[in-house]
Design a protein around this ligand. Structure first.
Ligand SMILES: Cc1cc2nc3c(=O)[nH]c(=O)nc-3n(C[C@H](O)[C@H](O)[C@H](O)COP(=O)(O)OP(=O)(O)OC[C@H]3O[C@@H](n4cnc5c(N)ncnc54)[C@H](O)[C@@H]3O)c2cc1C
Length: 401
């Protein structure tokens, strides 16, 4: 029997999860992961909030809702099997005034429809029993929302791939992907190789990699950075778990939140603003081609015009640490400017349509022989093992390999 040759482009948590799943489900497959950086999890997987989302916000029936719930089940078990720390520290989504209560209740309804376990609405007085330093008039409480180190998960997946005979090639940027009638050809600086199946999971570069094989240019990836601040270790007792605002429905991101990290440190953030580069983590970093791709895209301007109020609020938090801290103080008033220090920056790959609307759901396209994960924003890390199941099922259904 000839062995199926499978390639995965991208060594983030989703690409690695897909490679591992291919090895499990395709007998005798030869699996190669191409990762352009010198280590796995170099981009979104290594620059996020580390929250195992329980499924509160997502449209019931959507891929996000289904794959997030399935992803939690798989990830919890995987963490147990691999001895990766996983802590169900719980999450409050707190309403500050009556105007937010209706939106908060809508989140509760979605959470129930999505099957989030033990989720409930708590009154203002009960908030302090869960988070003694938090304030608000009511909250949705999800006790099973958890935290994890997604880099540790990605490293465990890479070790599984190697143990099952797969290869994770680091420092191998894919420069070309050509689809032929019976096979696909992946080109790197080292040469070209033919594969029976290719899955692309290129995160911030997902539109560019998809276009290599003739996929449409849209949806376009528009990068939004998010800055984090860290609470001084001596003030960590101000936050026990995860404290979130009720998201602004006019803006697609969750708003500055207070997040316990698996190492016990407390992070504030992230805010959300157009990034001057898809991989520009330094505060003054930028890329001319990425800027041109975003600001030369009419969809971006349509999005910007519709979101001026939220963009102005986010811009204040970018320009002023005081304004950033004020967002957090709405939920935990004792946090002071002097308690915080600048933390890491993450950059979200957000797929945007020509009319400026954002792709809300995960977007997975392709013909079976080449499958593209084109949009996998949060809760993509939580959902990674379930996205892998979904993608590999798609591959098996559509190919006879
Ligand atoms: C600020 C922020 C906070 C978030 N918080 C959470 C959270 O709390 N919980 C959660 O579940 N999700 C969260 N997310 C989302 C989550 O991080 C992503 O959904 C997930 O990491 C996506 O994984 P990925 O493998 O698709 O992408 P990535 O981790 O970005 O990996 C893509 C990989 O592809 C590689 N690549 C790209 N182009 C090429 C090429 N041509 N050749 C070879 N390799 C290539 C890149 O180098 C990269 O390593 C957050 C994201 C951000 C940015």
């Amino acid at each position: 029997m000839t062995r199926v040759r499978a390639a995965v482009i991208g060594g983030g948590i989703i690409g690695l999860a897909v490679a591992r799943e291919l090895l499990h489900r395709m007998n005798e497959a030869q699996v190669t992961v191409f990762e352009k950086e010198g280590h796995v999890a170099a981009h979104q997987t290594g620059h996020n909030s580390g929250v195992v989302h329980a499924g509160l916000y997502y449209q019931p029936g959507s891929l996000k809702a289904r794959l997030c719930r399935r992803g939690v089940t798989l990830l919890r078990q995987y963490a147990r099997d691999k001895d990766v720390a996983y802590e169900e520290c719980g999450k409050l989504v707190i309403a500050q005034d009556a105007s937010e209560v209706e939106r908060m209740n809508a989140i509760f309804d979605k959470a129930v429809a999505n099957g989030v376990p033990n989720v409930r609405v708590v009154a203002g007085g009960e908030i302090a029993e869960i988070e003694p330093h938090a304030r608000g008039i009511a909250a949705v409480y999800s006790p099973s929302t958890a935290i994890i180190d997604f880099v540790a998960v990605a490293e465990a997946l890479a070790a599984d791939i190697a143990a099952a005979g797969g290869r994770v090639l680091l420092g191998r940027e894919v420069l070309g992907l050509a689809s032929r009638s019976t096979e696909s050809v992946v080109t790197t600086r080292e040469g070209s190789q033919a594969f029976d199946v290719v899955v692309t999971c290129a995160g911030l570069q997902s539109d560019r990699v998809a276009m290599m094989s003739g996929e449409p240019r849209l949806p376009r990836v528009v990068p939004f950075f998010g800055d984090y601040f860290l609470l001084e270790p001596g003030r960590s007792s101000l936050v026990k778990g995860l404290i979130y605002p009720v998201p602004d429905p006019r803006y697609p991101f969750l708003g500055v939140h207070l997040t316990k990290r698996i190492d016990g440190r407390i992070m504030l953030g992230p805010n959300a603003f157009l990034s001057a580069g898809r991989e520009a983590y330094a505060r003054r970093g930028w890329s001319a081609s990425d800027m041109a791709s975003s600001i030369g895209f009419p969809g971006f301007w349509r999005f910007a015009l519709r979101n001026t109020a939220a963009a102005a609020r986010e811009a204040r938090t970018v320009l002023s640490t005081g304004a950033f801290v004020k967002e957090a103080q709405k939920y935990v008033p004792e946090v002071r400017r002097a308690d915080v220090m600048r933390g890491p920056r993450g950059i979200r790959a957000q797929a945007m349509n020509a009319d400026g609307s954002l792709e809300d759901d995960f977007v997975i396209t392709g013909n079976g022989r080449i499958v593209h994960v084109r949009n996998a924003p949060s809760p993509g890390a939580t959902s990674s093992l379930a996205i892998a199941e979904y993608v590999v099922t798609k591959v098996l259904e559509r190919t006879s390999v």
